[in-house]
Design a protein around this ligand. Sequence first.
Ligand code: BGC
Length: 754
Amino acid sequence: MFRIESFQSVLAVHMITILMFCSLAVSKGKEIDHRIESLLSRMTLSEKIGQMVQINTLNGEIPEDLNIRIREGRLGSILNEIDPETSLEMQRIAVDESRLGIPLIMARDVIHGYRTIFPIPLGQAAAWNPELVRACAEVAAEEAATAGFHWTFTPMMDIARDPRWGRIAEGFGEDPYLASILAAAMVRGFQGDDLSAPHTIAACAKHFAGYGAAEGGRDYNTAIIPEGLLRDVYLPPFKAAVDAGVATIMTSFNEINGVPSSGNTLLLRQILREEWGFNGFVVSDWGSMAEMINHGFCADLKEVAEKSIEAGVDMEMQSPAYADHLEDLVNEGEVPLKLVDDAVRNILRIKFQLGLLDKPSPYSARTIGKPSQKTLELAKRTAVESIVLLKNEDNLLPLSKGIRSVAVIGPLADDPYEVLGTWNRDGQIEDTVTPLAAVQALLGESTKIHFAAGLAYTRSWDQKEFKNAVKQAEKSDVALLFVGEEAILSGEAHSRAFLNLPGAQDDLIYEIAKTGKPIVLIVLAGRPLVIGEVAEKAQAVLYAWHPGTMTGPALADLIFGMESPSGKLPVTFPKAEGQIPIYYNHKNTGRPPENRELMMIDDIPLRAFQSAPGDASRYLDIGYLPLYPFGYGLSYTEFEYKNLQLSSEKLQIGENLNVSVDLSNIGTAAADEIVQLYIQDLVGSLTRPVKELKGFQKIRLEPGETKKVIFTLSTNDLGFHNNDMRYVVEPGDFHIWVGENSQSGLMAEFELIE
Ligand code: BGC
């Protein structure tokens, strides 16, 4: 009795706190609305349009015309001003010298860290750890805020099924569920609970939408996405970001089904505002509004301005359509003033939420010093968790710390720049600890370390140092080979048709392999590379992405067993470029290749009569399987999955399903396992993917330890968009798997009933 009473009173206190919090938020919202209206009523049309304009500065310079624009209230935001004095001076002009004193919102791309560089987002995704993603964003926000920024263009959450696309590096991979969880975590990290706090900044969910579906993986290219697929695969991370309270959204460069994103009413008005209730502001991507002329969607900048505001772009980045034409459009009656007012309301709302109009002196900016020990620890932990062990023949790894000699070879073994990855804008190479430095520090004097880069950089064809590299390998017990891609080979505008290791790196690996020394191949890259052949020359392969400032210490700890690898692939690795797009959550087709006798290219007799060899959807020369599937990654220990149980085998739509499995560490190392839950809806009114990730958990187990891992699955999450664009959960039979990657696992069945 006492317990129940005290429980009830605790509940009551909680309810009161929640209600107080909600009513505080509502009254704060009301107060902001009131202030917005009062400010708006005092603004001229030119000042309103000014808020809708963002431009890039030249760092350290304020050209006279810019000065004038700020003073006249004809600019709302600046991007990329990193000189603190210039930034403060521009802000001073806006606040002290413009008529209404509305501050500028200062923006910067802080994609995976500001001064402390964390793994690229695709690497962070491989850690399957939202808490870490949140923590990294928190540090990035604090550093960026200290440097004077209020807003960043992060996170990018474009689903990418094509590793030729360079920007795959900037997102969370191919899966909508994983990307949604991580996108929301990153938003929370940047924004915290209070945008006006000194250490938080506004985030931006980008690129809305479908940018990762660029044809052929060519950046900026056309995306053809049926609306159902858009809603089921490409949009969920954005919805998750909106639900997490993201302050801003950026349109994308591409068109979808003939409509460029900056002029896309379906995306920006219907889905974002009406269906999701987003109340932050929408910014175009760099020049993406004006590019609607190249797309052939607008004849000139005036039409660009008209179509963009009608579609719902609130702020224009870099191109001049709003600044040059919106006033005329309103005066001529082509664009209703209300559209301008609404856009300005959206922008001012975020400025108020950031507290930019509140503090007596809200503006500070200073150069950021070296990363602290604490942020370096976080960078190292994230890098450790992001690295994926792809191969470990005869348990070559971990190496013993007592090893007599080690060859450290490869163009990325001692390069402090390339391992920072794409979009490193403010990280400093002096902070990077390279693999060579870290291995030296870890092993000390007792191990002989023989270093040779072999190639000066990853694209180099110059083999004159090969001889020396081979000599160093011959003198050593094992060769650590650090290969991959330079930072600039992934990211924006850096798509590749061939995904092999660039330059003469393959040859370097083959030469070292001839020595017969065991090879640990460490690949540092911004995307999945086609590494099947070179991986065969190595006994162990670690896929490290671009891990950032603490690349070396993270790798050294993994190689020498201070840590066990736990990363799992957030994206499918193809055997060859010709298999792309290849992704785990594909459809079954009418002729699935599994369990069939497949005749391969060399089996086909000469002048064979036209037939359908194997009758399956696959390639004659490479089959249908990827090199490594989504979710794949090895460990230094072995995990055993047993006893998959469902709370019910028949359940009603709307109910929850509890799924449990016993996970045991049956090896010798303490390690983390990422337990993955997949489902398949066997029959749908529209065909369903062969598997869909619906849950994951990271579980740490000591050797010999067993834990029951429990998932609660809401049947409401098992639906999809039908042809009327209604989200439907259909009754019928489902398969469910719990296991270590998308191609394995214990399987059970359940039925959904109405
Ligand atoms: C990119 C965006 C980026 C913007 C501002 C564009 O080229 O597509 O992702 O945020 O530039 O730097």
